[in-house]
Design a protein around this ligand. Structure first.
Ligand code: MRU
Length: 394
């Protein structure tokens, strides 16, 4: 496979930038129609942006939460701390609040846990310090370092896991195949990460190696991560692509000789069961029916070995309004607008007889997954097994 790097590509989209120490995010609710950068001035603003899905994607929300804390620790609004204990007492509720913004993606809680560990460790070491000012300074510096690492580590590992995944597809291709047709769900590219992406990174790596025929991507209703975001990223990168509606996955596999499905993950548990964007499970069921390899790609930080099976994963429910309305650009006026696509009343609290089921994620059992890929390598499911040894790639 040809060597690849993100610098060989047209400039990738990005979801977070830091300008003169100030954090800004692209408001993903307005994409692909408008690129608007929003300042994030505090952890509370980061919480709101994550909860409202102005920024989304498991690694990106962890990055924003961590960066918001980093910048808060340098802000003039920070209260004066006299002891490391003060610092921990002040920061712990902020970490809890940030973590509660989206419960399924484990990267966010993993990042918050890393910071909690620093607070605990540095605090216990410096509790007896004879120089409390220095101890306070030290704990703040350590927290800031971890916050920055959460963001910075993401790009490098994405390149590694993308290379691993692309290589696996290529080595496992059917005989005679010169280029591959790969389907993906949701958005897992540079908008969802600190750069390059996970599942979309695998597609990009195949493209860069000259091994991709077409990237198929599902619209991914109701939030349309596919039609709004993946579409934009693939267009920007000039990768040959074809959008399908979520209802067309079966038809595509019946008629179009698909070589693989690649998806990201919000939480992979000990037996390999994987929570990812709603619609992933049905793609996996169809892939098994059509004997199409089904790959999950995610950083080690998405693996949560504290849970044994997918039944234990908490699945976030989104508000009905996100399924009853769509955003778009009015083709006659050019104005951005939100339009209702259901009759009035559907999904409203006082009309329980006409509700809306709107889980943000589903769980794909490991028995439907061919392999889990991380920056460390590829864990394949063995023939006849219904679990995957994810520990081998952590
Ligand atoms: O609700 P979203 O858009 O945050 O869901 C995103 C996904 O499900 C992604 O597949 C996952 O977070 C991995 S992103 C690299």
């Amino acid at each position: 496979m040809a060597t690849m790097g993100k610098d060989d590509l047209p400039e990738m989209m990005t979801s977070i930038r830091v300008v003169e120490g100030k954090i800004e995010i692209v408001d993903q609710l307005l994409l692909p129609h408008q690129v608007q950068w929003l300042p994030i001035n505090s952890p509370d603003e980061a919480y709101d942006a994550i909860k409202s899905m102005k920024i989304r994607g498991a690694p990106a929300i962890a990055s924003l939460a961590a960066l918001s804390l980093h910048s808060y620790l340098s802000s003039p609004t920070l209260p004066p701390f006299t002891t490391p204990d003060n610092v921990a007492q002040h920061l712990l509720p902020i970490l809890d609040h940030l973590q509660s913004s989206r419960p399924t993606a484990v990267n966010l809680s993993e990042a918050m846990n890393r910071i909690r560990a620093v607070l605990r460790h540095t605090h216990s070491k410096s509790a007896e310090s004879s120089e409390p000012d220095k101890a306070v300074q030290k704990i703040m510096e350590k927290v800031k370092k971890v916050c920055m690492a959460v963001h910075d580590e993401d790009l490098v590992r994405n390149l590694d896991m993308s290379r691993n995944g692309a290589m696996w597809f290529w080595m496992n291709r059917r005989e005679g195949k010169k280029k591959l047709k790969i389907l993906t769900v949701c958005n897992t590219g540079s908008l969802a990460t600190s750069g390059y992406g996970t599942a979309l990174g695998v597609i990009t790596a195949l493209f860069q190696a000259g091994q991709l025929d077409t990237a198929y991507y599902a619209q991914t209703t109701p939030y349309h991560q596919g039609s709004r975001l993946t579409s934009l990223e693939l267009t920007t990168l000039k990768i040959p692509a074809c959008m399908i509606c979520d209802t067309m996955i079966g038809s595509l596999m019946q008629l179009h000789d698909i070589d693989g499905v690649v998806v990201g993950a919000d939480r992979i548990v000990a037996n390999g069961d994987t929570a990812n964007k709603i619609g992933t499970y049905q793609a996996a069921v169809l892939a098994q029916r059509h004997k199409v390899p089904f790959m999950v790609v995610a950083p080690v930080t998405t693996v949560d070995r504290s849970l044994k099976t997918g039944n234990e994963i908490h699945i976030e429910q989104r508000p009905p309004i996100e399924a009853t309305q769509v955003r778009g650009r009015d083709i006659s006026t050019g104005q951005l607008s939100v339009v209702r696509i259901t009759p009035e009343g559907v999904g409203e609290d006082d009309k329980p007889w006409n509700g809306v089921y709107n889980p943000s994620f589903d769980v794909t059992p490991a028995e439907l997954i061919s392999c889990v890929v991380t920056e460390k390598g590829v864990a394949e499911r063995q023939e006849g097994e219904n679990s995957i040894d994810v520990a081998s790639v952590c």
